[in-house]
Design a protein. Sequence first.
Length: 357
Amino acid sequence: FVLRLGLRPRSGQSRATSRDACSGLIASRAMTLEDLIGWRLVVGIPGTALTADVAQHLRTIHAGGVIVFERNFESPQQFRRLLAQLEETRGRKPLGMVDHEGGRIVRFSSGVTRFPDAWTVGRTKRPADALRQGETEAKELRALGVDVNLAPCVDVLVEGADPVIGPRSYGDEPHRVAALGAARVQGLQGQGVAACAKHFPGLGAVPKDPHRHLPTVGLDWTAMHTIHLVPFMAAIHAGVATIMSSHVCYPRLDHANEPATFSSRLIQGLLRDELGFQGVILSDDLEMGALRELCSIGEAAVRAVAAGHDGVLICCGLAAQREGFESLRAAYREGRLSLEELERSVERMTHLKPPPR
């Protein structure tokens, strides 16, 4: 379908306050401004069962997506019950996302095949093996109720980089990383689970861990185009559904010297306009230490959306999630963010969910 949303006053509401609501038809449901903003939020929740307080919180922020971690999983049966609780709370199944990379980055302790890390795959396997891995992962994740696998990591590893990427990378040869990453994407998406190439425009040369500090990568456009962007271009060519950005400054790519999370030059300019990516762009977790050095969670959410992200991840704090929601709502009401852009992002986010099966 083609989504079209317009501002119109509710009954008894003046045009001056009509920014309080948008209306439109998404999956046969009219949505308020708050509903639309909620689709931009991918949030983490505590525990293995939904409490009344967390359920109310998710309704308050209209959360459209949930990212799950080890803390949310005891068994496949328990996890499916948790998703059923979330669906009952929100009146629809949320968009379920997980980091399921292989190696040490696996959130489920049962119900899935444990594949080796990407570095091992890069040294010992062929693209056909990565394709089969993606197919197996997708079948298992769909059985658990997951819609999006936040993998593969297609960062090209550079000698001397911080070990935050390390074995999560397929290696140091860009065309091999590209071939394995694209094959994994095709395997996942061929079996109905959206894939995510990360961390754009490339985290393999990062000198320190952005979970803790804001790093700077001093590579120029030549290095980026010949090495670090190669796997992302291959993933785009393979039809990857989502791409995740990085909390890293690239001063030789964007003279504003802001992290890619806030860089319209890199997100809208490079990824959307120059590389032609038309899928969903996700931020990394806004609670990471790299951004805490710069601004509040609320400001980070607004700046990430302004740069061109469709969805923002806030993975732990419920107060941080509420702040992100309220800051986005204020920015739309005050006209600091574009409602037309909100329409386009929500259309992309809703299309991530596979059809009923």
